[in-house]
Write a protein that binds this ligand. Structure first.
Ligand SMILES: [Zn+2]
Length: 465
């Protein structure tokens, strides 16, 4: 049923989401009246939301094939060091805190149990590549594009959020021998020991929940254990780091503060990744348990609002929190794209629309055209050095108890040399080279975020008694 709905909405197309501006424009085409609230319209608009999120992976300039993966394998020290790093991943739980992969779950013919290739499929995570890269799982995201802040907009967004939660659970149910829903911190090790992949659920953008903190419990019961109140734009809960109109609430709204309390009561980790500095500061002060930046970087390395300054990162650590390092190229360093490239990519999106509605053949055709554009208009895209510059800086600043990885796979993440989850032992390899121990790596790759979830659970239990 879910896939049938998704198929029916697949033909919608929408503007790209690469820019960090808001996306209210894509809603403007729909004049919503209560009388028009047929399922069909809801589903059509849902398609716009889903489409926008699916196109995220189109923001990467991409590259000519995975030359970097070959360069690692072909250098003298490469294969052994990579294999050594990969082998370490089997010795501890490895989690990424921001997997946008649910955007692919409703694509016709897309199966998480099949191995895909980023350069022909535009996806970055599936079971075979998780095996290859030694990733045990992570937080699979219910992402909702920010839309109109009206009762109708919130109702549609709520439908969308519930649908994605169902889609994640449907994926687990279909593949229950290989994936399992994780609800407690202790579940991760147990699931890994059973030979399955770990599926925690997180929420990116509280927009579907409107101003009603009770809805957080609905999502908690569906499995959500991490909650980020905002995305690219301000909403009823607080300010975004990237809303072009600037601060609206100067932090969290009253509703946003109520959500912080409710997340604490339930045992949900609070995520300040897309939030403004003021929201970050207030969340840090208000939350009864340590907070996370599920996919962020260091402003000291690249001065971008999506990254955090050193003083805030230090306060995050003092409060027991964790920053999970983001591999979203445009937040790692400035990337100049020639205007002709931007035009070509826009035309490509207009021609093909959403990945959601494309057959595997259409996806392959789109990806081929994309490769041609990458060849004709190459960009100097950030690479693993740029990613590691952020990570090593933060590790130096606040230490391995407060750093993890949230690469933003399937949400725009990926750098030259690391285009999918199969390549991530390269991070481990670099960390080993920088002198980090196996105990450090175990914390970075999962121990730290599990400590936060445990703290959230413990607090919830203590206030329930
Ligand atoms: Zn994000």
């Amino acid at each position: 049923m879910l896939s049938a709905i998704a198929r029916s909405v697949g033909s919608n197309s929408v503007a790209p989401t690469c820019a960090i501006a808001g996306h209210a424009g894509s809603w403007g085409r729909f004049k919503l009246g209560v009388s028009m609230f047929t399922i069909r319209l809801r589903v059509a608009i849902l398609g716009v939301i889903l489409t926008a999120s699916t196109m995220m992976s189109g923001c990467n300039p991409g590259s000519e094939a995975d030359a970097a993966s070959l360069s690692d394998a072909s250098s003298a020290a490469g294969p052994d060091a990579f294999a050594e790093a990969r082998a370490l991943h089997d010795r501890f739980v490895t989690l990424d805190t921001h997997l946008d992969t649910p955007v692919h779950f409703s694509r016709p013919g897309w199966d998480i149990m099949q191995r895909h290739d980023f350069f022909t499929d535009r996806s970055q995570v599936d079971y075979p590549r998780m095996q290859e890269g030694g990733l045990d799982g992570g937080f699979w995201v219910i992402f909702t594009q920010q839309g109109p802040r009206t009762p109708e907009g919130h109702a549609l967004a709520l439908d969308h959020g519930l649908l994605v939660a169902m889609r994640i659970r449907e994926m687990v149910a279909r593949n229950h021998e290989h994936f399992e829903l994780a609800l407690t911190a202790a579940d991760a090790q147990r699931i890994v020991d059973a030979g399955r992949k770990v599926v925690y659920i997180s929420i990116e953008n509280g927009y579907p929940l409107g101003t009603d903190p009770r809805l957080l419990e609905t999502f908690y019961r569906l499995g959500a254990r991490m909650f980020g109140p905002v995305h690219f734009a301000n909403n009823e809960l607080g300010d975004s780091a990237t809303d072009p109109s600037g601060a609206e609430w100067h932090g969290l709204s009253e509703a946003g503060k109520a959500f912080v309390a409710e997340a604490n009561r339930l045992g949900i980790i609070l995520d300040a990744s897309h939030a403004s500095d003021d929201v970050f500061d207030q969340m840090l002060e208000l939350s009864a348990t340590p907070i996370v930046l599920s996919h962020s970087g260091a402003r000291a390395i690249y001065d971008h609002p999506r990254n955090r300054d050193d003083a805030r990162l230090q306060r995050l650590a003092e409060h027991g929190g964790v920053i999970q390092m983001n591999a979203f190229g445009a937040y790692l360093r400035p990337v100049q794209q020639p205007p002709a490239r931007i035009t070509a990519l826009r035309d490509l999106r207009q021609e093909f629309g959403s990945l959601l509605g494309m057959s595997p053949e259409q996806v392959a055709a789109m990806a081929e055209r994309r490769r041609e554009i990458d060849e004709e208009f190459p960009v100097d895209y950030p690479d693993l050095d740029d990613f590691m510059a952020h990570m090593l800086h933060v590790l130096e600043l606040i230490g391995p108890d407060h750093v993890g990885i949230g690469a933003d796979w399937d949400g725009g993440g990926g750098v030259e040399g690391m285009w999918d989850v199969a390549a991530q032992p390269r991070i481990t390899k670099r960390l080993i080279a920088a002198g980090y121990t196996e105990a450090d790596l175990a914390k970075i790759w999962g121990g730290n975020v599990l400590r936060l979830l445990q703290a959230a659970e413990d607090h919830a239990r203590s206030v329930a008694d």
